[in-house]
Ligand binder design. Structure first.
Ligand code: ATP
Ligand code: MG
Length: 308
């Protein structure tokens, strides 16, 4: 089937007089990993819950897998890992996944095989018969991912999948997301962990105060702001450091970060360093990281909105 996996034309959600989503539109290409980024309270979970009809949107126009958002049959082709997912402590990992299989209509004769495969995929084979009460946070999160996949969904919604997971576990989860994509699924990931999303997402949207303030591929979004890094032999003396910082240049020890359109614009900084007798070891051009873009976009949106 053609067309985007999710196409939101207009989504608004009010909680009383508070507008959590202010008429958002976005499009998620089929078979891609889509990262919805935004600070705490931006409306990320509200967006997923609206799409899955867990909460009732105030106004919603759009399509999921070619059908109107909220269509029952389409929701059967979707997997979901809720934020702060909590499953019953007295169930085993295997039982949690099997329960999800039952809820999503997986045929009973297929359940055992699928649960076995999923326990293996999420690295929990040795723990399948143990109760959740004995699991670490990271293990619970792995079982959460497994239960989200049990109905072999076309789209998987993951709300903060690496929440409470250690660095090694995060790498595993990233690989699992890549695996889901390799199997042809569309993955919609909510996160405030930019570095992680940057590594795995094809497309991202940045949400702030219920509005999408940027969207595009990571390369498109980060390619617009160039950045140069100068490394010096020894740290920059405090007086010069202050002068540079007041011009919007970041100084951290022997590293100087210069936002600039081209190498020509960096020359005045080099001149100032040379005039102070500082030896330059290295000059390199780097892309703006998603984190820098995120911070400047969110701060810009706040200022426009008159917020602190
Ligand atoms: N049931 C509710 N009633 C009233 N306000 C709510 C409700 N649920 C969420 N909100 C508000 O809506 C806004 C968006 O919340 P949401 O949980 O979608 O944010 P989020 O981007 O997922 O944040 P986080 O990164 O902390 O998970 C917040 O200001 C929140 O306080
Ligand atoms: Mg959330």
């Amino acid at each position: 089937m053609d067309g985007p996996a999710v196409e939101i034309e207009y989504l608004k959600k009010r909680y009383g007089s508070f507008e959590a989503l202010a008429g958002v539109s976005l499009s998620v290409p089929r078979g891609s990993v889509f990262g919805l980024l935004g600070p705490n309270g931006a409306g990320k979970s509200t967006m997923i819950k609206s799409l899955l009809t867990i909460i009732r949107p105030t106004e919603c126009r759009g399509r999921m897998l070619g059908r109107p958002i909220g269509d029952r049959a389409t929701l059967g082709k979707v997997g979901y890992l809720p934020e702060h997912a909590r499953f019953a402590e007295y169930l085993t990992g295997r039982e949690v996944i099997a329960y999800s299989a039952g809820m999503t209509g997986v045929p009973v004769r297929e359940t055992r095989g699928r649960v076995d495969r999923l326990l293996e995929t999420v690295g929990m084979k040795a723990w399948g018969e143990k109760k959740l009460g004995t699991y670490s946070k990271g293990m619970r999160q792995r079982i959460g991912l497994a239960q989200a996949l049990v109905n072999e969904p076309e789209i998987v919604f993951l709300d903060e999948p690496t929440d409470g997971v250690d660095p090694e576990g995060r790498i595993d989860i990233r690989k699992m997301i890549e695996g889901m994509k390799a199997e042809g699924r569309t993955v919609f990931v909510n996160s405030h962990l930019l570095g992680e999303v940057e590594q795995v997402a094809d497309q991202v949207a940045i949400l702030s105060h219920g509005k999408v303030i940027r969207s595009g591929s990571v390369a498109e979004l980060t390619g617009t702001g160039k950045h140069f890094e100068i490394r010096t032999l020894g740290p920059v003396p405090p007086a010069l450091r202050e002068r540079l910082e007041s011009a919007g240049i970041q100084v951290a020890g022997d590293r100087i970060g210069v936002p600039a359109k081209d190498a020509g614009e960096v020359q005045s900084v080099i001149d100032a360093l040379r005039a102070a007798g500082i030896v330059i070891r290295e000059l390199k051009e780097s892309r703006q990281s998603l984190e820098e873009l995120f911070l400047s976009a969110v701060q810009g949106a706040r200022q426009e909105g008159g917020q602190p």
